[in-house]
Design a binder for this molecule. Sequence first.
Ligand SMILES: Cc1cc2nc3c(=O)[nH]c(=O)nc-3n(C[C@H](O)[C@H](O)[C@H](O)COP(=O)(O)OP(=O)(O)OC[C@H]3O[C@@H](n4cnc5c(N)ncnc54)[C@H](O)[C@@H]3O)c2cc1C
Length: 477
Amino acid sequence: MKKIDEPRLRDIVGERNIKTDPSDLYIYGSDSSVHHAMPWAVVKPETILQVQRIMKYANEELIPVIARGGGSGMCGQTVPVQGGIILDMKGMNKILEINLEDVYCRVEPGVIDDDLNLALKQYGVFYPPTPASSRIATIGGEIANNASGVRSVKYGATRDAVLGMKVVLPDGELVSLGAHTRVEASGYQLHKLMVGSEGTLGVVVEAILSFVPIPEFRCMGVANFDSLNDAGHAIGSIMASGAIPSMLELVDSVAIKAVNKTMDLGLKEVAAALIFEADGMVKEAVDYEINKMKKICEKHNGQDIHASYDPKEREKIFMGRKKLFPALSKYDDNLASTALADDMAVPYSKMAEMAGKIHEIARENNIVMTAYGHCGSGCMHTKILMDTKRKDQWDSAKKAITQVYEYVRSVNGTTSAEHGIGLSKAESFKIEKADSLGLLTSIKKALDPNNILNPGKLMQAPENWITATNLRYSVNS
Ligand SMILES: Cc1cc2nc3c(=O)[nH]c(=O)nc-3n(C[C@H](O)[C@H](O)[C@H](O)COP(=O)(O)OP(=O)(O)OC[C@H]3O[C@@H](n4cnc5c(N)ncnc54)[C@H](O)[C@@H]3O)c2cc1C
């Protein structure tokens, strides 16, 4: 561990914005993943200039810097595996401009997604990539992860909404990337390179984001299925039909059971349910889309199919999906919900097979796994529910993860749809991107020659993360 020059950092950010107490450091050592490691200091800048000065210091002293937003990342992206400074970006949380004429807003990176949408709502517009974690996730974290959410099937992921940004490079230089315009063909699109770079190439200090009108009409429907396979085929058929859902979500039997255990929703315990939605400015157009989706669900043996425009009814339909993540932790008192191989994307035609495969792999390895997700955009989530104290459960989980990713790669899917790579998914990422790893490493070297930004992640993550990196759980041998 290197000695941090606390007086120098205090001089940059002020007394109240630096933490070195072990109990504070412990909290900043983990995110929503299974990993933990202690940082050396937490520093909370409030201006771009402060970020520049911190980076200059860290670069001179070769100290790792890990930018952190809400800490809701699920793969250990903010876990400081090589120690260093956690740069808490939540101190930069101003909405700088909402430009209705040119249809963009300019924000600091620590703005919470829900806060941005609350501010936009008064103008009748919204920022669509919104992940399920929008109450805690920051715009900077969403950019660095290319976050997406339930409405990305129609409106796209973060990548599609980012027009430009200001970035502080590892040596403290400030650069403006992208533009304020909807299209740009002026050379390399470096702002897009920053999207999904997980804090390894630069620190995003300002973002220019597009927004869209809030639709006048929203209609949400649900269909139950006795077979996960039928539900999976319904997803593929809806997407191939040319229908334009504004949401298409799958929940399987494990997920439904978990929700019923924790909430009084009385969901029918079927093999799977699809939640679908259409939105727009013209009711007839929304009716058209919803009816199309209903018919496809019917064709694939969907039951209890109904849809509603009523906000209360919509809220009721969606509540189970919305509360799924915390509910999964209650599925069994002895089992924790872990984000391991948790957010793959596969081609639509493989959705049904993928959902079935997850259950098959769970059975084979004697662990509990769920299949759910923003399936309309090709994203399939799983959580592995396991007793994290038991070594044999980790061994089974490891086998299951390997099998899941082998399947995903075999059908031209990808390791992560939206949660990113960090540590947890690096092994599969490196296999998937084998022929471009050299190129990815060259890009990292060009932008961060001293390797101080979030080192040990993505291409640099250790081969066997389960044994090679700190788990936040103590495991009995
Ligand atoms: C309950 C729950 C539900 C979730 N649902 C979704 C979902 O629906 N869709 C989805 O996409 N994700 C989801 N996630 C994952 C996570 O919330 C998202 O990836 C989110 O974008 C992370 O934002 P954050 O501010 O918490 O980032 P953090 O976890 O703090 O950081 C994530 C990454 O961003 C980098 N970073 C943060 N700020 C900056 C910056 N200013 N400059 C450069 N790099 C930066 C970090 O270094 C790190 O690599 C969920 C997580 C939870 C816990």
